[in-house]
Design a protein around this ligand. Structure first.
Ligand code: DQA
Length: 150
């Protein structure tokens, strides 16, 4: 399976950005851990981060033919963007939503996600492990689904 990992706005600052909330791992650390996991489970992975919503939408439009699923930390855009939901739906690929922190235990404006209802699943609150669990579960889902389709 080929999975695209998308990191939303400000996640390029991981490691120094509010470490008490998001931890001290950098984005490179997260991607390295995912690369290792992808090798372990026999998946392929590609990464994308942008602080610009439009760039993320362009990327999603570009990958629809080449990936089987999308793992996304939408960051703040998850709470605000119908366009991001539409971009994910337009890929016609299953996606999983992850968050380092648990938005439900934070300010009320973080409680709503435009993406969650359309996601295969959501993992939040476990730091880098949210990404790793989300990746593993999405890959298992895609493998099962492709077996069922044959
Ligand atoms: C986040 C949670 C969001 O509420 C926030 O806007 C982020 C990061 C997380 O990974 O915990 O930028 O998605």
């Amino acid at each position: 399976m080929r999975i695209a990992v998308v990191h939303g706005p400000n996640l390029n600052l991981l490691g120094t950005r509010e470490p008490e909330v998001y931890g001290t791992a950098t984005l490179a650390d997260v991607d390295r851990a995912l690369e290792e996991l992808a090798r372990e489970v026999g998946a392929e992975v590609e990464f994308f981060q942008s602080n610009c919503e439009g760039r993320i939408l362009d990327y999603l439009a570009e990958i629809r033919e080449r990936v089987d699923g999308v793992l996304i930390n939408p960051a703040g855009l998850g709470h605000t963007s119908v366009a991001l939901l539409d971009g994910l739906l337009a890929t016609s690929r299953p996606f999983a939503e992850v968050h380092l922190s648990n938005p439900s235990s934070r300010e009320s404006f973080r409680h709503r996600s435009f993406l969650s209802a359309a996601a295969v699943g959501v993992v939040a609150g476990f730091g880098v492990d949210s990404y790793l669990s989300g990746f593993r579960c999405l890959n298992n889902y895609l493998v099962r689904r492709s077996g069922a389709a044959q």
